[in-house]
Design a protein around this ligand. Structure first.
Ligand SMILES: Cc1cc2nc3c(=O)[nH]c(=O)nc-3n(C[C@H](O)[C@H](O)[C@H](O)COP(=O)(O)OP(=O)(O)OC[C@H]3O[C@@H](n4cnc5c(N)ncnc54)[C@H](O)[C@@H]3O)c2cc1C
Length: 346
């Protein structure tokens, strides 16, 4: 592909086959190293998140949500990484034209991967009463000091799109090169699941950003968006598939498999409708709460159906159970967390 050739249209089925085949390697090495990220670019997935005017193919939200459900079913690590990449790209869409022209057409083709580190503005370390990452104007540029507590793929990407608190209390968004002077990427966190996402703490000591983005849309920088629920729906579908496989030889499980399959289909239908027609914030939280509840329940049902065998490291179900717990923390709005705690204590 030449520098100026347009990105390919989305070719989902072959991409899904590739991601499923690479899933074990991706879980261990991360999608940048297993070939999964390159496949996402080659089969046109990445370009779907970028508007035509910026060198992408700009697929509509419903098709994107459907693709994310299907990808999360095959490989949750890739789905997480693509979602964080897409979150960065959505903020970049509000950048000045010269920044967009320099970055977005290349990103649409899978070059110079990016990621996002904005949880310090939304869900992380908010109780500390002081900004985790501070931005100070310095002549015609800025300097960033502090940290991003969570950056997926920080050590495997070229740029981080981040947000910081300014002295006047406003928030501003920046593009930072991962090899910038003063930027330190800590070794990826060893986590309960999804360690292949290579998620790190990133420290800033007088870092000069490549660009500033004045006003991304509120939607670009919020938690609990439809993508996060789409990933939970996909993970739930993977657990339903396990129960259905067991049910093929144990008819007593058929009803359970059918019941959960119906619930996942209904959740997916609600997600697609919301992507099509738009959704109010309270309904978005309700969807995320339902998605969280379902993915946790169905993973536990899959473990119950798989019995002790599913508890042994390396069995697909023990991974699905660990991965289901990811949704209780990741990009989870406080209202959703509160509702879940309420349910658990009932
Ligand atoms: C695998 C994974 C990948 C992620 N990738 C990204 C990414 O790429 N980009 C990104 O921006 N974000 C990312 N996140 C961050 C995520 O979206 C959430 O922001 C994050 O999980 C919030 O958890 P936290 O521990 O930082 O929350 P915090 O609120 O900071 O809680 C940490 C601890 O502080 C204490 N605490 C919390 N609230 C209070 C309080 N009110 N009073 C006193 N003490 C309190 C508790 O002991 C708690 O355990 C990722 C998360 C995960 C799990």
């Amino acid at each position: 592909m030449t520098r100026s050739s347009p990105p390919p249209p989305l070719d989902l089925e072959p991409l899904l086959d590739t991601l499923a085949r690479l899933a074990d390697r991706t879980a261990a090495e991360g999608p940048w190293h297993s070939g999964a990220f390159a496949a996402a670019a080659r089969h046109g997935l990445l370009a779907t998140f970028i508007a035509d005017r910026d060198g992408g193919t700009g697929l509509g939200e419903p098709a994107i949500v459907a693709a994310l459900v299907a990808i999360a079913e095959r490989c949750l690590t890739t789905a997480l990484v693509v979602t964080q990449w897409a979150a960065a790209v959505r903020i970049l869409a509000a950048a000045p034209a010269d920044v967009r022209a320099a970055l977005l057409p290349r990103l649409a083709r899978g070059a110079d991967p990016t990621t996002v580190g904005i949880s310090q503005l939304t869900t992380s370390r908010r109780h500390l009463g002081r900004p985790a990452l501070a931005a100070v104007r310095d002549g015609d540029t800025w300097r960033l000091d502090g940290l991003c507590p969570w950056v997926t793929g920080a050590d495997s990407t070229h740029t981080i799109v981040t947000g910081a608190a300014c002295a006047d209390g406003d928030q501003a968004f920046f593009v930072v090169a991962t090899d910038a002077a003063g930027l330190t990427i800590e070794p990826p966190l060893a986590m309960l699941a999804l360690s292949g996402s290579r998620t790190s703490v990133v420290r800033f000591d007088g870092v000069r950003p490549v660009a500033m983005i004045e006003s991304p849309t509120a939607a670009a920088a919020r938690t609990g968006g439809l993508s996060t629920s789409a990933l939970a729906a996909g993970a739930a579908r993977a657990a339903v598939a396990v129960i259905a496989r067991e049910a093929a030889v144990r008819p007593g499980l058929a009803g359970v498999a059918a019941e959960f399959a119906g619930e996942v289909d209904a959740l997916r239908g609600r997600l697609l409708a919301a992507a099509d027609r738009g959704i109010e914030s309270a309904d978005r939280d309700r969807l995320r709460a339902d998605a969280n509840g379902l993915v946790v329940r169905v993973a536990q049902a899959a473990l119950t159906a798989s019995k002790g065998a599913g508890f042994v490291a390396g069995h697909p179900v023990e991974r699905l159970v660990r991965e289901s717990l990811f949704f209780l923390g990741w990009s989870c709005p406080q209202a959703v967390a509160d509702a879940f705690l309420c349910e658990l204590t009932a």
